[in-house]
Design a binder for this molecule. Structure first.
Ligand code: PRX
Length: 667
């Protein structure tokens, strides 16, 4: 590099560091799906009918009668009276124009792997055959099918097959433990499971069926299991034999070669899927999404926010086992008839260039990923992306956690070459799709702030009494009006649905929708332009690498380890993961707080939840800081984990323990 070049670089760095507003690049605006700033006003004036445009993105078997039925809040219903099928919308209707275009571009982790291009026609065939397999197995409409698979093509194929026959799926992230699988199958009364023999992680085959079987042993009812063969002969060493109620997926498919299955007409409000997510208590919450509202929401946001067009090759680097993959690898993009990419592995296998190689090879138009990944890329250095032509990228996106301005600017410069706008999308499993983000062809971007609420949404930052807080002051994020993609309830638990999301700011005796306010349990602040900066969770949920984990779940896993009397878990700041798990543990008499015990605790957490929940640190202590009423003061433990000045300890029954724990944490 010449001296002049490095001077330019320095100048650029300085300019970027100071700049806190960025206009959308002109070249992007010229071609963007949404460019009219009048959309905000138009949607406000025309609410809730403004959402007809989202419904128009779908093909209906029968038109809906009512856009929004809000007669029984918070049990809102959208597009009632309408009938449609999600699999038809994501596949069949694209066939006349796009049969030979790729629906999915699948890239396997092993480099020598035969990557797969699955055209819409092939997807149609495979989904039909898979639907025939499920039917033959006895799966009926409304039976919940659990899918426990990594990023292999059969995962979206079986999801769409479920949708075709009106059987809701419940996808359990493959990295979750056997116990987590069993908990979710029991909670959903799910009698069907589709899993696989194993998959690759950093070059090695990993046994997934053994974990599945361990989980199945704890399922309280009979289960028919279908096993996809991912590893072929590379899985021979695992020595698996299928039990009587376990079926080989390929054998079943062979029996249904060329089968076609008519898409089942589903009511707009029929359940499309369940997704379990973490909350304040130990028991995961079964978030219920419905067919029309969810599909309309993901299609509309894919078009408006991710700027997806049918001819794009769109790359979301999330895992389908989480909501981001459901909404923005499978349903939203496929509803629009685009090409959606799936990558099986990690971004640094076999080298730190893998992701950039893939983007270059497939000429991806969008990249949607999490801040945790961006922070890793930044740490590895720009030389890796620099070796590749990333000029195909037209838009960048982030999701899952707040992105710090430095990481934002790095992403903007080194991946987007200052030519691709970034959408920082705030949303949740429960919201179905994007809620707070800029519209990339309309709004300026402010690094660190997600942006305004999407048109048609009423998001307000309030104080504990529900009053709007002043600009710039921290408060609680609330959504004051319903929207089509919202969760409808928690599976089999309407009471908890109200308790978790509505009770805080609503008059729960009222049947006036004006009195109902959705509370996502995030803190936030808003600036003079209505841009919202999300500050993080205000409940006992930790956000590790953009993944949501309940402290109670982790604590109960730790307390399950022999010798542990009590545990408290908090999130501490972490350079790469955003937050990491810090565990404070009291042992029973006679047990040693040594490395062996630490290892047992880590193993206990991995067994109960999965490696993502592994504690960063385990600190043994004779007591935990407690209020006089006996409540653990997690806030103080957070201060310790973050090495911050301690907050008020005056309400503690045992203030001296705090310094004691801090001393131990420094060891
Ligand atoms: O705290 C917010 C954070 O992730 C939570 C939702 O987690 P989950 O349901 O697993 O969904 C993740 C993918 C949508 C939120 O309550 N979060 C998500 N996106 C952002 C975010 N925090 C800040 N900025 C974001 N863009």
């Amino acid at each position: 590099m010449t001296d002049e070049g490095s001077n330019d670089d320095v100048e650029l760095e300085v300019r970027l560091a100071e700049q806190d507003e960025f206009e959308p690049p002109e070249s992007f605006v010229e071609q963007a799906n949404v460019t009219d700033a009048g959309i905000y006003e138009e949607f406000e004036e025309n609410w809730p009918d403004c959402w007809e445009g989202a419904a128009d993105l779908l093909s209906w078997d029968e038109d809906y009668e009512t856009v929004l039925d809000d007669s029984n809040p918070p049990f809102y219903e959208w597009f009632t009276g309408g009938k449609l099928n999600a699999s038809y919308n994501c596949i069949d209707r694209h066939l006349p124009e796009r049969a030979d275009e790729a629906a999915l571009e699948w890239v396997g982790e092993p480099v020598e792997e035969d990557n797969r291009t699955i055209t819409y026609e092939e997807l149609h065939r495979e989904v039909n055959e898979a639907a025939a397999v499920l039917r033959d197995l006895g799966v009926g409409e409304d039976d919940i099918v659990t899918l426990y698979m990594p990023m292999i093509p059969q995962l979206p194929i079986v999801m769409l097959a479920c949708a075709r026959i009106g059987a809701p799926h419940s996808v359990v992230f493959a990295g979750f433990s056997a116990e987590a699988l069993a908990t979710r199958m029991n909670a959903a009364d799910s009698e069907y499971l589709v899993t696989c023999d194993g998959y690759y992680r950093r070059g090695d085959p990993l046994d997934h069926l053994e974990k599945t079987n361990t989980g199945l042993a704890d399922v309280e009812h009979g289960v028919d299991t279908v096993v996809v063969d991912r590893l072929g002969s590379n899985g021979d060493d695992f020595g698996h034999d299928l039990a009587d109620d376990q079926h080989d997926y390929d054998d079943l498919l062979a029996d249904h070669e060329g089968a076609t299955v008519e898409p089942v007409e589903r009511d707009a409000e029929d359940m499309l899927f369940l997704m379990y997510t973490s909350g304040t208590t130990g028991q995961p919450k079964g978030v219920k999404h419905t067919t029309a509202g969810y599909l309309a929401w993901t299609a509309w946001t894919s078009q408006s926010v991710l700027d997806i067009k049918p001819e794009d090759t769109y790359f979301c680097a999330a895992d389908i086992g989480w909501i981001t993959g459901h909404s923005y690898i499978v349903y939203g993009p496929l509803a629009l008839g685009t090409t959606s990419m799936m990558y099986e592995g990690t971004p640094d296998y076999p080298t730190r260039e893998r992701l950039w190689e893939i983007i270059e090879a497939y000429e991806a138009d969008q990249l949607y990923t999490a801040p945790t990944a961006i922070r890793s890329f930044m740490k590895w250095g720009e030389e890796y992306p620099e070796r590749h032509d990333l000029s195909s990228l037209r838009l960048l996106g982030t999701v899952g956690e707040p992105i710090n301005p430095r990481a934002w600017k790095w992403y903007y410069t080194h991946i987007g070459n200052e030519e691709a706008p970034i959408v920082d999308t705030w949303w949740q499993t429960e919201t179905g799709g994007h809620m707070v983000t800029t519209l990339p062809g309309v709004n300026d971007m402010k690094p660190g702030s997600a942006g305004p609420a999407l048109p048609g949404l009423d998001v307000q930052i309030v104080d504990t009494s529900g009053e709007a807080v002043e600009q710039g002051r921290a408060g609680y994020l609330t959504v004051q009006k319903p929207w089509p993609g919202m969760l409808r309830t928690l599976y089999n638990n309407d009471e908890r649905f109200i308790e978790e999301y509505w009770a805080e700011y609503s008059d729960t005796d009222s049947d006036d929708p004006e009195d109902w306010v959705y509370f996502p349990e995030d803190g936030a602040k808003v600036d003079e332009d209505g841009y919202i900066t999300v500050l993080g969770r205000v409940d006992d949920v930790i956000n590790v690498s953009g993944h949501r984990l309940g402290t109670m779940e982790i604590e109960s896993a730790i307390v399950g380890v022999e010798g542990v009397a009590e545990a408290a878990v908090v999130g501490g700041e972490h350079d790469l993961k955003g937050e990491a798990v810090y565990a404070y543990v009291i042992l029973e008499e006679g047990y040693e707080g040594d490395d062996e015990m630490r290892a047992a605790i880590v193993e206990g957490v991995e067994d109960a939840i999965g490696p993502i929940a592994r504690p960063e640190a385990v600190v043994f202590t004779p007591e935990l800081p407690k209020t006089r009423s006996g409540k653990i003061m997690r806030r103080l433990l957070e201060d310790i984990a973050n090495d911050e000045e301690l907050g008020d300890t005056s309400t503690l029954q045992n203030p001296e323990i705090v310094e004691d724990i801090r001393g131990k944490s420094d060891d």
